[in-house]
Design a protein around this ligand. Structure first.
Ligand SMILES: Cc1ncc(COP(=O)(O)O)c(C=O)c1O
Length: 411
């Protein structure tokens, strides 16, 4: 082989915008800078002790050192069904309506492979979580953005969406805007799916992280939801288990069955001990996730408060772990993110990494300890006048560039 020529399928994968940012961050760290990373949604807080203990016990059990059923442990599926019932009053059958996965990301990518033929349309929130794009690219499907704009409270305009879409992804609490669902949004989603025959996927990655006393909503609590789709739930943020790689889906039994058949060909479920420890997570008393939500709310308020005081007004997220920040002075998100790295040693994610609609935003992840979030806000406040001066002096240089957003992605 003179030169490795990857498949066309591989070639369609979006370039990761974060790769460049990580490289720049590491270069600054290596040069001795104290860099604060608010770029990635990777919580630094530890997994609760009772979950770690359950894992320690399970890992020593020879039963889980062997292959387990390829569609997951029945005990995990029962815990998942209990969780949907207790948390949302939703009734799901653990044997036929629940699937296990190696982190929700994998399941979301698999959904495009499962539903879309080459050329089929798959709709994703814009801005939105870019890993949906990966499955669409692998399936050779066509990505249709669902623009989510502040003037519509970051909710879809269903009438503007083509009627021949095969698969729709929704996600509330929303990465990156922090908007949360209403029953009406889910009812409209079910109505759209009924009208068009589309499969609807709701990604509930941040369901436990709701602010200011707002109630958490499950898509599956919407009448008719199980007829049209699935809901995916990640344990990564609710229990600080991002590295454990465990997630679950529930809903339409035909889709669940097909997802499990596909998984049987791709991987053999998640390590049984992780599933056992995850039962301990799902059965945790509510205080465990309430504490996590309180921590993120406190960090949100610290960050927003400090910047409000110097005239940068960031809308408070209603849920999730991110702030969606309009670039001060109306400049470009990528230019601003680069500026913050160079002048304040603070890493943020340029909004363009989440879709076309994100060009004039940056995303701040509240995943560092509160004192570091406060320090990041202080540093940004200090350099803000310099940025505003740059935008005022050379507005064109600070405006978004004309590069298609869906060819690059951040997380
Ligand atoms: C909206 C959304 N869905 C899914 C995921 C991935 O979750 P998991 O860690 O379970 O793969 C993330 C993680 O950042 C996310 O933001």
């Amino acid at each position: 082989m003179e030169h490795f020529e990857p498949s066309r399928r591989f070639g369609r994968l979006p370039r990761q915008l974060f790769a460049a940012l990580i490289a720049a961050t590491e270069a600054r760290r290596a040069a001795g800078h104290d860099v604060i990373n608010l770029g990635q949604g990777n919580p630094v807080d530890p997994t609760p002790e009772h979950i770690v203990r359950a894992m320690q016990e399970a890992v020593a059990n020879p039963v889980y050192q062997r292959y387990i059923p390829f569609d997951g442990l029945p005990a995990f599926k029962e815990a998942a069904a209990r969780w949907w019932g207790r948390r949302y009053g939703v009734d799901v059958d653990p044997a036929t309506e629940v699937a296990v996965m190696i982190g929700v990301k994998v399941g979301l990518v698999e959904m495009s492979l499962l539903v879309a033929n080459p050329g089929d349309k798959v709709a994703v929130p814009d801005p939105g979580y870019p890993d949906y794009w990966s499955g669409i690219a692998l399936a050779g499907a066509e990505l249709v953005p669902i623009p989510l704009r502040p003037e519509r409270d970051y909710y879809p305009d269903w009438d503007a969406l083509p009627r021949d879409v095969k698969l729709v992804f929704l996600n509330y609490p929303h990465n990156p805007t922090g908007q949360v669902a209403t029953p009406a949004v889910f009812e409209q989603a079910v109505a759209y799916a009924r009208r068009t025959g589309a499969v609807l996927v709701h990604d509930l990655a941040y369901g436990d992280i709701m602010f200011d006393g707002r109630p958490s909503l499950s898509f599956l609590a919407t009448p008719g939801a199980k007829d049209v789709g699935l809901e995916f739930v990640s344990l990564s943020k609710s229990y600080n288990m991002a590295g454990w790689r465990i997630g679950m889906a529930a809903g339409n039994r035909e889709v669940i069955h097909a997802l499990e058949v596909l998984q049987d060909h791709l991987h053999c479920s998640q390590f049984g001990a992780i599933q056992i420890a995850s039962i301990a997570a799902l059965d945790s008393p509510p205080e465990v996730t309430e504490r996590v939500a309180r921590t993120y709310q406190e960090r949100r308020d610290v960050f927003i408060g400090a910047l409000d005081a110097v005239g940068w007004h960031i809308p408070p997220a209603a849920g999730g772990i991110f702030l969606w920040c309009p670039v001060p002075g109306g400049g470009d998100g990528e230019a601003f993110a680069n500026f913050l790295l160079e002048r304040a040693d603070v890493v943020t994610a340029p909004g363009r990494g989440f879709g076309e609609e994100g060009r004039r935003f940056i995303r701040v992840a509240l995943t560092q300890p509160t004192d570091r979030i406060a320090e990041a806000a202080r540093r940004i406040a200090r350099v803000l006048p310099e940025w505003l001066d740059l935008v005022a002096r050379d507005p064109r240089a600070m405006m978004p560039k004309d590069v298609p957003a869906h060819s690059t992605s951040a997380r």
